[in-house]
Design a protein around this ligand. Structure first.
Ligand code: CA
Length: 232
């Protein structure tokens, strides 16, 4: 489980982020001030920091500078103004990424995942080296990045492969379309929920071609999203 340090003084924003990150299996430490956040990180190092720029006691940029004195922790900034971006990502501070308010929690989670991936510390999902259980005849070979149904390799596109892999990692767990977008697309902002539906449709037809009835392995949970069947 990756540990996220969130320093944000607006409770409404912090609450949605704590919730969104929590559902994605991140452990979040939230503080309202820079000083509290720095103390929390010193006491128990985190894997990534999400820093609001405008904090009551210091700026997020100051917090980043102090964090970087003693660690190379990746930093994602929350900023209210585009004008701050140059400084954030500049060499001086070396922020890893930023999002501009107002943002969707999904966007922040996607950025956190992307940063963790670059840092070589991916928590579950979309990681082709992960141990994937064999479920209902579906198996995964990480070295060839192939998914097989009853031993027959499925001819999947890159996105179809990643999407099915996410479902296979946690059979029975329901993933929302947003979560699938975050996991299987590098830039989820460029696609829509319908994109997920179209890819699921295509995966199902390829499953059906491999084994009639296998298309039902991807279950539609109406109003929620998709999950992988735990039994055929
Ligand atoms: Ca603020």
């Amino acid at each position: 489980m990756s540990k996220v340090l969130l320093i944000e003084d607006e409770p409404a924003i912090a609450d949605t982020l704590v919730y969104a990150l929590g559902t994605e299996c991140f452990t979040v430490t939230h503080t309202l001030t820079g000083a509290e956040g720095l103390a929390a990180h010193a006491a128990d190092p985190h894997d990534i920091a999400i820093l609001d720029i405008g904090l009551p006691d210091m700026t997020g940029l100051d917090v980043c500078r102090k964090l970087r004195e003693s660690s190379s922790i990746p930093v994602l900034f929350l900023t209210a103004r585009d004008g701050e971006v140059d400084r954030i990502l500049g060499l001086e501070l070396g922020g890893d990424d930023y999002v501009t308010k107002p943002f969707s929690p999904r966007e922040v989670v996607a950025r956190v995942r992307a940063i963790m991936r670059r840092a070589g510390n991916t928590p579950a999902s979309g990681n082709h080296d992960a141990e994937i259980p064999v479920t209902c005849g579906l198996s995964h070979d990480g070295s060839t990045m192939r998914i097989r149904c009853d031993g027959k390799p499925l001819d999947l596109t890159a996105h179809e492969y990643k999407l099915l892999l996410v479902l296979m990692e946690r059979p029975g767990r329901v993933f929302t379309r947003d979560q699938l977008l975050d996991h299987a697309w590098q830039d989820p902002g460029a696609v829509t929920d319908r994109t997920v539906d179209a890819h699921v449709k295509s995966i199902r037809s390829k499953l059906r071609a491999a084994r009639p009835g296998a298309e039902n392995l991807i279950e539609t949970r109406r109003g929620l999203g998709y999950s992988l069947a735990t039994e055929a």
